[in-house]
Design a protein around this ligand. Structure first.
Ligand SMILES: C[S@@+](CC[C@H](N)C(=O)[O-])C[C@H]1O[C@@H](n2cnc3c(N)ncnc32)[C@H](O)[C@@H]1O
Length: 476
């Protein structure tokens, strides 16, 4: 029997240490999971709030890395966590899983030393989950810390030879159906080794932090003056109006951005607008339409290009709040323009009114996975089919809105064949008065554009979002 004096004295209760970066990261992941929040919108608002309470820039950068990195590599971390617990992953409470994923990311992908990653994450668990669940977190993280990412992936990914898509899905953290769709679009006809390396390069590019690219809107700013204002910047790869910022660059403080002369725009989107504007056209070139304009990036570039040759732009967008963003993007445009809030499938204009028409249709966004890290987990295969009828309707109305001899651009920020080729091929069958324009020569200097006549851009080949563009001409 133990005497009272032999008993260990109870440990004084220590309050968990509050770590602003990890708390912000946890709150962002919870908002993404619980409320379908977008990381690129919720994180800046959480950071602004934390900065008011004294969070410094280093902590803000750490929180950003933790949120984006954890969301991107979620699929790989899930497989590793599943191997470290003795129940199915779906039975782990989502907040516990978020803390475990944050810990896995620090342990396996960042330079944070293992002991610091474990102790900081266990402290976070004590704050947001309570002491009991923090013990579970501690035990799982210690198991994860036993080996590095490569060793874990070797252990948990099914062999490539047995199931190539499952293997790539775990290794590169994409849902299996997305791996499959991207591979189809890249072209599976390539011999296996080439096909495998192409899809792996693409999946890796989706997991890399994208650069911030700016557009100097013609007639309002030049890339040269922008580069002078941003000494660390690089010229665009393909667009003469593009300037690329070094990692983490924040263009928000630039006067030219505030004055709307410069915008943030991926080079793939710039190329779409430039190719539409460069397509050969006989006859008048006075009136252009952007039929799906919100939030207005392409409309602002098209408006500036139209102004240079004395043409006017009509920018139409169904959602009134997005139409307001279009109006803001076009504010100060050097030439005439009109912004309307209208359903592009019920035209507010007479047939055959426009010389050039763009429809950048609503799509799955599988081409912008670098920027929207949560999108790959949120999208479902059935979403692709759901977009199909609207994409066809919008293209059909765009064609009818364009005069005979005029040019129609069909664009998506998705490389999924059901949203790209399939839509355009259906329209070519349905409307015999349409012909393809080869889009490749309209993107001068851009390599690896495939067999045409449409073009598919790729993050791993062009450093852009995976934008698709088909250019069509009305012949009769
Ligand atoms: C891919 S976004 C366009 C992006 C835009 N071109 C840009 O560069 O900023 C597609 C847009 O189409 C709009 N949209 C959806 N259905 C529409 C419809 N029936 N008519 C017109 N616009 C529609 C969406 O609200 C969304 O703003």
């Amino acid at each position: 029997m133990t005497t009272p004096s032999a008993k260990r004295p109870p440990r004084p209760h220590r309050r968990p240490k509050k770590d602003p970066a990890r708390i912000v990261a946890f709150r962002a992941l919870r908002a993404v999971d619980e409320r379908d929040a977008y990381a690129n919108l919720i994180l800046p608002s959480l950071l602004r709030e934390a900065e008011k309470n004294g969070m410094d820039r280093r902590d803000a950068a750490l929180a950003t890395e933790l949120v984006y990195g954890t969301l991107r590599l979620q699929g790989t971390y899930d497989a590793i966590i599943a191997a470290c617990i003795d129940r199915p992953l779906r039975e782990v409470d989502p907040p516990v899983l978020d803390v475990l994923s944050l810990g896995a990311h620090q342990l396996l992908t960042t330079r944070i030393p293992s002991h610091a990653a474990v102790s900081a994450t266990v402290e976070l668990a004590r704050v947001v989950l309570g002491d009991g669940r923090a013990k579970f977190v501690n035990a799982v993280l210690r198991r994860i810390s036993a080996q590095d990412l490569d060793a874990w992936v070797q252990q948990v990914a099914p062999p490539y030879e047995k199931d190539a898509e499952d293997h790539l899905a775990v290794v590169h953290s994409h849902p299996r159906w997305v791996v499959s769709a991207l591979w189809d679009s890249l072209g599976r006809w390539q011999p296996d080794a080439a096909g495998r390396s192409a899809v792996e390069e693409l999946l890796q590019a989706d997991n890399a932090r994208p650069e911030v690219t700016l557009v100097a809107r013609p007639g309002r700013a030049t890339a040269a003056e922008l580069r002078e204002a941003l000494p660390e910047s690089e010229p665009g790869r393909w667009s003469p109006y593009a300037v690329r910022l070094a990692e983490g660059g924040d263009p928000g403080g630039l006067d030219a951005v505030r004055e709307n002369r410069v915008g943030v725009q991926d080079e793939g989107s710039q190329l779409v607008a430039l190719a539409l504007a460069a397509a050969p056209l006989e006859g008048p070139d006075r009136l252009w339409l952007d039929g799906c304009a919100g939030p207005g990036g392409k409309a602002a570039l098209l408006g500036a290009l139209a102004a240079e040759r004395g043409a006017a732009l009509v920018a139409s967008e169904k959602q009134p709040h997005r139409a307001r963003l279009v109006a803001r993007a076009l504010d100060g445009n050097p030439g005439p323009y009109t912004v309307i809030a209208a359903d592009g499938t019920r035209p507010a204009w007479r047939p055959g009114s426009f010389d050039r028409t763009l429809v950048d249709v609503p799509c799955s966004g599988l081409g912008a996975l670098r920027r929207r890290p949560e999108a790959r987990w949120r999208r479902r295969p059935e979403d692709i089919a759901a977009f199909g009828p609207l994409q066809r309707d919008l293209l059909r109305t765009a064609v009818k809105a364009t005069r005979v001899g005029g040019v129609v651009g069909y664009a998506t920020c998705s490389p999924h064949l059901a949203e790209t080729r399939a839509v355009v091929d259906d329209m070519m069958r349905e409307m015999p008065d349409l012909e393809f324009i080869d889009a490749r020569p309209l993107l001068p200097g851009v390599p690896a554009l495939g067999e045409g006549p449409d073009v598919q851009l790729w993050p791993h080949l062009h450093g852009t979002d995976a934008m698709y563009l088909a250019l069509l001409r009305r012949t009769a």
